[in-house]
Design a protein around this ligand. Structure first.
Ligand code: NAI
Length: 305
């Protein structure tokens, strides 16, 4: 069973995708009375027509997570127009610290998948508060940033999304690092198709596009839910898929003691391997800037540990 802790916009949409694809049974938990149950009923009624036979349940009781193989954590506040992800730090740290304890209590063998922002810092909170080994705590952010980079680049080049293969690592925040040098368009390096100014424009657009969506519709939902779905499916089906995601580093990329986005192999055991990359000076500086922001975020919430 896949648990969803938080049945708001992203949690419910991701649960819908996981259930609709028949990946596994789904249980939603939210503190708002009736919300998780209502979402579960709605999803159940949708998959009934499409002929998918998984059980979808909802509850306000954390013990409903018992037996979950993956718990997706979206509990907390979302950004309002004009806010950065880091503006949510203090409010969400308390919530995530509390729910992480519930995950450890009711689903002690699960893999925790952190989504709540600022995600890399929250992923660290989940790691420390569950006490899980580092491989069983992973955060979704890179796949969403990647999906935004692909959307931007394919529009600029006027080519199919399916022709793009790319990677976005680093902080899921203002210092995210779309890697143009590791992006190919049908096998052709992106750097052969775009000059430096265009690459910079694509990277900058990727960094700020989320806030455009938030100012227009109030939240980002479908693109993040797809990232969650991809990661849940990779774990549940032991796909050993290579995805950019937040993991705890112990010296990789010259960084120690924070969770940050890196390419990794995701399978039934969670983070099965972190892949190393050669970063040039500029890329490495951007990656380290993100790591420093995350480190400062962690220092600011010491009271939750
Ligand atoms: P939302 O407000 O629609 O849903 C959050 C849900 O959490 C609410 O239903 C609320 O009742 C619930 N909740 C709050 N405290 C709880 C607790 N202690 N136990 C259980 N449930 C609790 O927000 P939305 O749009 O779903 O976003 C959720 C989080 O995900 C936000 O922090 C947002 O910034 C983040 N996010 C992260 C992304 C990423 O790429 N990592 C992308 C999009 C959103």
């Amino acid at each position: 069973m896949i648990g969803f802790l938080g049945a708001g916009r992203v949690g419910a949409q991701a649960a819908l995708e996981v259930a609709s694809a028949g990946v596994d049974d789904v249980t939603l938990v939210d503190i708002v009375p009736g919300l998780a149950e209502g979402e579960a009923m709605d999803i159940s009624q949708k998959i009934a027509e499409t002929g998918v036979d998984v059980d979808v349940k909802g509850s306000t009781d954390f013990s409903a997570l018992k037996g979950a193989s993956v718990v997706v954590i979206t509990a907390g506040m979302a950004r309002k127009p004009g806010m950065t992800r880091m503006d949510l730090l203090e409010r969400n740290a308390g919530i995530v610290a509390a729910v992480a304890k519930e995950v450890a209590k009711h689903a002690p063998s699960s893999i925790a998948l952190t989504v709540t922002n600022p995600m890399d810092v929250m992923n660290y909170v989940v790691l420390k508060r569950t006490g899980f080994p580092k491989g069983r705590v992973v955060g979704m952010g890179g796949l969403l940033d990647l999906s935004r980079f692909k959307s931007t680049v394919s529009a600029m080049l006027d080519v199919s999304h399916s022709s793009l293969s790319s990677l976005v690592i680093g902080e899921h925040g203002e210092s995210m690092l779309p890697l143009a040098r590791y992006t190919t368009v049908g096998g052709v390096p992106l750097t052969k198709l775009m000059d430096e100014t265009q690459v910079e424009l694509a990277m900058e657009t990727t960094r700020r596009v989320a806030i455009d969506v938030i100012s227009k519709k109030g939240a980002t939902v479908y693109a993040p839910a797809n990232g969650v779905f991809r990661m849940v499916r990779a774990i549940a089906l032991d796909k050993r898929e290579v995805v950019p995601a937040s993991a705890y580093l112990e010296g990789e990329y010259g960084v120690e003691g924070v969770c940050i986005g890196v390419p990794l192999v995701l399978g039934a055991d969670g983070v099965e391997k972190i892949l190393s990359l050669d970063l040039n000076e500029k890329e490495s500086a951007q990656f380290k800037k993100g790591a420093e922001t995350i480190r400062q975020g962690i220092s600011a919430i010491q009271s939750v540990f």
